[in-house]
Design a protein. Structure first.
Lengths: 308, 253
């Protein structure tokens, strides 16, 4: 599939000397949903801001639909919708007017029927005459999405759409994203929740400290992220892992008081039940069991090690 | 040109104006009336006519300018500072609009508000004094140009200011003294020697003089000098706005 967004050697160094983006390269295919996953301060928002025109890149280039976002900004931005992370709305404006304003700003003639469709899709129609200041936080976030959709963009950027959002709204948002994808809209979202990337993305990019560490299909990424660790605490310390348990690739914990088993929640079988049976036949007695998910942190460390 | 964008920016600013119609229109009318009562009637009755014009009538152009200048600056600076402050400026920056369209929308709306306020004050003045207007077309043109150029100036302040305190700083510390010392309530000829020379460095003097000329056909400084001063001021503001958007100063990081 052809790229609709093409980012080449994009660098952003702020006046303070902070390098928010270090020569980022990224191709985004038309119609896909890409999740950019990374911890706070990784450069996710800077990356989106540079594509959308809010931040001036230090060097490198970005094209959207073949149009350079700096030289040919009108044609490029025509295609883009942006939902910012923070709730930044004129408080005394009415919902309908706010969305119509966005449509006009993007050079489109007024189309109340289209604005109505967008508001209905986001369950905002009954709030169309409310002032924004009177809305709940979740509703305000919907208004931000409606504003971004007011000019029917081909590419939608969602910056941390689920930050501070309740479960219901998050599910609603995911279904809106699915609808948009069905209409052929390309969606780029940033998140630091693995579950969110898992729920809606086709591809996942991992970004940290201004660098894209890798971009993979979701399934490959989830395998990588699906690893969990089972810690088995023992009553009697061990000197070595018993030979009969060698096939489980267990690690011995500190002072031999625990065994650590790594398994894959996405696999057909985790192997936990057979392991526990074999532990019993090996005559080991357990005091406790606990499991731990590989955190994003572990994954970043793993990815960085791989890079070296 | 992205005309729909200019239209929605203009409409939104005008909607803000009509939402706050009391503050926007009634308060200038009340303060103008107070000036008339104090300066025109109470003090003015003891002041002899200036250049053959009664003092009550003499202060009308100055009053209009005083309000139009302060309103232009405060409206335009607030209009652009507010979205910057709450963050909604992201939308302007990510939309396919050029700085010309942004400036036309915001500065245009602020200027139109000021012109309306100026006209309302003029009408209010007729309730108190007899007022000849020697050059009505020139008067309206000057009103429009002043509204536009000071709205442009306000727009710059709105972008420059980092918070609401700074937003008040220039109007309070620079503009108000310049206006009061710019001959709003007196003719420059009434100043003693050295002060008259100093006054010549005050740009507002040139503006006030030509505006008063449009009413009473007498001016403190040559008309050409006034027009030149206005042109230079407007050109300077336009150049600064152009520079701001070219460099992204205090808007785009």
């Amino acid at each position: 599939m052809p790229s609709i967004v093409s980012i080449r050697n994009l660098t952003k160094t702020y006046k303070s000397g902070f390098a928010a983006l270090k020569s980022v390269n990224l191709e985004i295919a038309e119609g896909e949903i890409l999740a950019l996953l990374g911890p706070n301060g990784a450069g996710k928002t800077t990356l989106i801001s540079a594509v959308c025109g809010i931040v001036q890149p230090t060097s490198g280039s970005v094209t959207v639909g073949g149009h350079d976002v700096v030289r040919d900004f009108r044609a490029a931005r025509d295609l883009i919708g942006l939902v910012p992370q923070e709730i930044t709305l004129e408080p005394f404006e009415k919902v309908f007017n706010a969305v119509s304003f966005s449509r006009g700003l993007f050079g489109k003639s007024p189309d109340p029927a289209y604005v109505e469709r967008v508001l209905r899709q986001l369950s905002l129609w009954d709030k169309k005459d409310s002032k924004i200041v009177a809305l709940s936080g979740g509703m305000k976030r919907r208004v931000l999405i409606a504003k971004a959709l007011a000019h029917a963009p081909r590419v939608l950027f969602l910056d941390e759409p689920s930050a501070g959002v309740d479960v219901e709204l998050r599910k609603d948002m995911w279904s809106v994203v699915a609808d948009l994808k069905a209409q052929g809209v390309t969606i780029i979202l940033t998140t630091h929740y693995i579950e969110e990337a898992e729920a809606i993305a086709d591809r996942v990019g991992v970004i940290n400290k201004g660098e894209i560490l890798l971009v993979e299909d979701k399934s490959a990424m989830m395998r990588r992220m699906g690893q969990k660790h089972l810690q088995i605490d023992l009553t009697e310390p061990l000197v070595a892992v018993p030979d009969m348990l060698a096939s489980y690739a267990l690690e011995l914990g500190p002072e031999g008081r625990s065994l650590i088993f790594t398994y894959d929640t996405k696999g057909d079988r985790t192997g936990i039940v057979t392991l526990l049976t074999d532990l019993r036949s090996a005559g080991l007695q357990l005091t406790d069991l606990s499991t731990r998910q590989s955190s994003l942190e572990d994954i970043f460390v793993g990815l960085l090690k791989e890079q070296l | 040109m992205n005309f729909p964008a200019i239209r929605v920016i203009f409409q939104r600013e005008m909607a803000r104006f009509s939402r706050t119609i009391i503050e926007s229109l009634i308060s200038p009318v009340i303060s103008t009336s107070l000036y008339f009562v104090v300066f025109g009637a109470a003090i003015g009755s003891r002041i002899e006519a200036v250049d053959g014009v009664t003092y009550g009538a003499f202060i009308v152009p100055g009053l209009i300018m005083l309000t139009v200048i302060t309103q232009s600056v405060s409206n335009a600076s607030f209009a652009i500072h507010f979205p910057k402050f709450i963050g909604s400026i992201y939308e302007l920056l990510s939309a396919p609009v050029s700085y010309r369209e942004i400036v036309i929308g915001y500065v245009g709306a602020a200027a139109v508000k000021s012109i309306l306020i100026g006209l309302v004050i003029l009408l209010t003045a007729y309730l108190f004094v007899d007022l000849p207007i020697a050059h009505p077309i020139a008067m309206l043109a000057l009103l429009a140009v002043t509204s536009f150029s000071f709205s442009l100036f306000g727009f710059i302040i709105g972008i420059w200011a980092k918070d609401f305190q700074q937003l008040q700083l220039i109007p309070l510390l620079v503009l108000t003294p310049l206006i009061f010392l710019g001959g709003s309530f007196y003719s420059i000829d009434m100043l003693p020697g050295i002060w008259r020379t100093i006054a010549m460095f005050n740009p507002v003097v040139y503006l006030m003089s030509v505006f008063r000329w449009s009413f009473f056909a007498t001016a403190d400084v040559p008309i050409a000098a006034s027009l030149l001063a206005i042109a230079v001021f407007t050109a300077l503001c336009l150049a600064v706005v152009w520079w701001i958007f070219r460099t992204g100063w205090r808007i785009r990081q």
